[in-house]
Design a protein around this ligand. Structure first.
Ligand code: RRO
Length: 308
């Protein structure tokens, strides 16, 4: 039987499939339920230093089947309540806090607190597509210098995964800046900056107006951006692992990302209303590898590169 195991920053994962931030992860109870799935690790909703109520609704709408636009507005209870409520040392499945902040100092503070609470690694969200305030009106991950500063600050406290936006010309440049600043891994992609309109009401479909697009329709963009990062790392002689995401809904999609060079993947939107799909994806990957005669992930990781 295929071996799905993978390590990242010295941590061991049973399989390369992670629950993406923002989906089925907003309370300890939901995370506990998800930890019973065949999942490598669970990533929490973004945590900020102060509580955030989120944007007014509607906050998430399905625009075409399987593809969603959202502007949740980073709703979360804030750092102190998060650390009190969420058990990061449970041990059965690694829980990875996702951290969001406006400055490197805030990222360092968040990282230090979750490390003290037992986190072994954190993901920093440099890429929410519709914040009210961010670096000079841009996303942190749209500026290699700002992204590197945030990574440097946070990774002085614990190993860091830097989550990037697809809304840039050259995602490889940003990924290289983050890796050189000390990121243990890069995750990509966050949602695409988007807008949808209700023609009857003559208004944006979301309460916030703008939103981010996720789900099945963005998979080819996620694959392209993953490949861009993998190629940029090869050119820069960096072996930083990439965690690919965007539109993954079955085992074939996971195989697509690993063929592009991803070490791990994250699944989000496809699980809305169907969390058990995670088990099917993991079982399906194992079956796909058996059928292809692959015994480990390394045997087919990055195979698509020979086409470019
Ligand atoms: O909470 C959100 O509105 C949100 C976040 Br933090 C993010 O990173 N990406 C997204 O599409 N929505």
């Amino acid at each position: 039987m295929a071996n799905l195991q993978v390590t990242l920053a010295g941590l061991h994962f049973d399989n390369p499939i992670m629950l993406a931030s923002g989906i089925l992860d907003s309370t300890p109870g939901i995370l506990r339920r998800m930890s019973r799935m065949k999942v490598g690790a669970l990533i929490t909703k973004s945590i900020s230093i102060n509580p955030r109520p989120g944007y007014p609704g509607p906050t998430a709408v399905e625009t075409t089947p399987g593809t969603w636009i959202n502007a949740m507005g980073l709703p979360n209870p804030g750092l102190n309540e998060f650390v009190d409520e969420f058990n990061l040392e449970d041990g059965s499945v690694t829980i990875i806090p996702n951290l969001v902040a406006d400055t490197p100092d805030e990222f360092a503070e968040l990282a230090q607190s979750v490390a003290a609470a037992g986190a072994k690694i954190a993901e920093i969200n440099l890429s929410c597509p519709h914040p009210k305030a961010s670096y000079k009106g841009r996303l942190t991950a749209q500026d290699p210098g700002a992204a590197a500063e945030a990574v440097e600050a946070a990774s002085s406290k614990l190993p860091i995964i830097a989550k990037l936006t697809p809304n840039v010309t050259d995602i490889g440049e940003i990924a290289v800046a983050c890796a050189r600043a000390g990121a243990s891994a890069i995750s990509a992609i966050n949602t695409l900056a988007a807008l949808d309109i209700d023609p009857e009401l003559e208004r944006p479909i979301l309460g916030n107006g703008y939103g981010g697009l996720s789900g099945a329709g963005i998979r080819p963009i996620g694959l392209r951006k993953t490949l861009d990062i993998v190629q940029a790392f090869a050119e820069a002689n960096l072996d930083t692992p990439v965690i690919g995401m965007g539109g993954i809904s079955d085992a074939d999609d996971v195989a697509r990302y690993i063929l592009c060079g991803a070490h791990l993947v994250q699944v989000g939107t496809a699980l809305v209303g169907n969390p058990e799909q995670l088990n099917d994806i993991t079982d399906g990957l194992s079956e796909w590898m058996d059928r292809k005669g692959y015994k480990s992930l390394e045997e087919f990781r990055g195979r698509i590169l020979e086409w470019f």
